[in-house]
Design a protein around this ligand. Structure first.
Ligand SMILES: Cc1cc2nc3c(=O)[nH]c(=O)nc-3n(C[C@H](O)[C@H](O)[C@H](O)COP(=O)(O)O)c2cc1C
Length: 138
């Protein structure tokens, strides 16, 4: 099994619940990190990374902690397989479409379709999260 880091920011727990499901899918070698406890220099210790962040501001990533972390990771990820996930509220997922496009435009190896859900993840969203964990760990 590959070593998968699951790195997330969550204000009210919805994206955290998704992250826990990604971790379950990633198996025994998966590790969970709150965004504040992860840094770009840790990427070399993992085979794949799942990034989770909800829609914040106006259809953007959380700007204080997660966006700077993401920016620093983009320059060192290289071909490391990644997956994106997160929760949203009243929008239509625009933040994730933009994030996914930016990741691909930066040449990153986006290994699976992103997973989004409205507010708290239901069983179907949690299953999708487990699947991206499994895909990254294969
Ligand atoms: C400051 C703030 C800004 C938000 N901006 C958006 C937004 O632009 N679009 C949207 O769909 N939801 C927005 N939301 C709703 C959150 O994305 C939603 O509640 C999500 O489930 C929060 O995930 P979390 O529990 O992981 O923090 C915003 C919430 C907050 C607190």
């Amino acid at each position: 099994m590959k070593k998968v880091a699951v790195v997330y920011w969550s204000g009210t727990g919805n994206t955290e619940a998704m992250a826990q499901a990604v971790l379950e899918g990633a198996g025994a070698d998966g590790k969970l990190f709150d965004a504040g406890s992860f840094s770009a220099d840790m990427i070399k210790d993992f085979d794949a990374v799942a990034f989770g962040c909800p829609s914040m501001g106006s259809e953007v990533l959380e700007e204080e902690v997660f966006q700077p972390l993401w920016d620093s990771c983009v320059s060192v990820l290289g071909g490391t397989p990644i997956a994106l996930f997160g929760s949203y509220g009243w929008g239509d997922g625009e933040w994730m479409r933009n994030w996914d496009e930016d990741a691909k435009a930066a040449g990153l190896n986006v290994a699976c379709q992103f997973v989004i859900c409205n507010e708290a993840p239901d069983d179907s969203a949690l299953a999708d999260c487990r699947r991206i964990g499994e895909a990254l760990a294969m």
